[in-house]
Design a protein around this ligand. Sequence first.
Ligand SMILES: [Zn+2]
Length: 341
Amino acid sequence: MRRAARTYRKCESAFSAALAFAMLAAFPCFALDISDSYRSPRNPERAVRRTTELIVLHTTEAAAKGSLRKLSDRGECHFCITEDGSIYRIIDRDREAFHAGRSMWNGKEDVDKFSIGIECVGYHDKAMSLEQLHAIRDLVKELKAMYRLGDDKVVAHSHVAYGAPNKWHKKKHRGRKQCGMLFAMPSVRRVLELSARPPRDPDVRAKRLIVGDKYLEKVLYGSTDTMRAQYRNAAGAANAAKKQAASKPPAQTAASKKDPAQNKPAKKSTASAKRVPGSIAELKKRGYTLRGTVSPFNTASRIAKGRWNSPDTFYTIRNKIIPGDLINPAKIEKGMGIWMK
Ligand SMILES: [Zn+2]
């Protein structure tokens, strides 16, 4: 009996190691730390999604604790991000989550079938903390890379939800929900580092829907932005820090700063080539040490913390050395070494 149990355990651990390896080969690792403590019991019953064409951002309109439990019990999103920037996985990203309800985008109904849904704890018309917005930015950045989506494919729930005819609207109409509305506002998108948004409503344009909420339309497609005062300095400070990081030590002398030609993209790439050490020996010589190796249990953000995408962090694999600001989060893989000063 005891021997049988031991053999079983051995098989089981060999099996789970093989499974972990297979999963690593099939799916890129997330660079971010994502908690599984509210992973939904609904996962096994959800269909595998065939395509991913949109990332839909929601606001929970309620506090974190109740929201996480409800979202997990019902399997109503793929990820939930709380006020402090913690990220929770609810439904696995390759399966369908029931987050968009009655919805349509570009003539296609049931947006759940072709989208990832992210619930953000907060309210559609209230500012969120920068910690939370930065976590949303980082997760969206990774998902965009994994599914090769442009910035205009990151939408709010209110972009895609629509209402059936009722006593106020004789026809199918956009404006059933204002959920996630702030994520369409230019000042918030700047903090999220999204440089584009959908320019118009494809379903209203094609007369499949009518406009049911004129104010919402102005937020989604016009210049109405009630968060401007909140985030005016936030995005500016982040951009300034980024520019400073990008132009750090290497070749940027006082003279090159004055010469605008030096800042052209072509020049920039030669500068960035120089700043990347050519070998591990050179990394060591420049004072970098190996801080850890990426594995399913040791993510890049666990190893490098907030500096995982810094130009001063280097990833090494198969004789390649990639700086943190140029790493594609979807391509962070098992076995990558992370070097920092
Ligand atoms: Zn929603």
